[in-house]
Write a protein that binds this ligand. Structure first.
Ligand code: HEC
Length: 67
């Protein structure tokens, strides 16, 4: 399951009932914290290595600047 399943293709969040927030422009610390256990819904089944986290953060930054 990808981030978009809950946070939406554009990162704006809003899948009804899930409560996933708008994450466009989220800092690396927020993404790491959520995946490290801050958000059990995410950390329980999403495992990303450092490189993947860096790529996700870069993409969220791009989404934030684009809109
Ligand atoms: C199963 C649904 C689900 C998936 C899949 C998911 N998330 Fe989340 N995410 C959530 C929910 C729900 C919250 C809000 C939790 C809260 O506010 O307590 C959240 C919160 C966050 C936050 C904010 C954390 C904070 O402390 O500010 C970030 C950043 C985030 N998600 C990034 C991601 C990324 C990146 C992915 C893909 C690698 C992802 N999420 C996949 C459901 C999901």
């Amino acid at each position: 399951m990808g981030c978009a399943s809950c946070h939406g293709m554009d990162g704006k969040g809003g899948l009804p009932g899930v409560g996933a927030p708008d994450i466009r422009g989220a800092s690396e610390a927020r993404v790491r914290g959520a995946l490290a256990g801050g958000v059990p819904l995410m950390s329980s089944f999403i495992k990303l290595n450092d490189e993947e986290v860096t790529a996700v953060v870069a993409y969220l930054k791009y989404l934030n600047e684009r809109s």
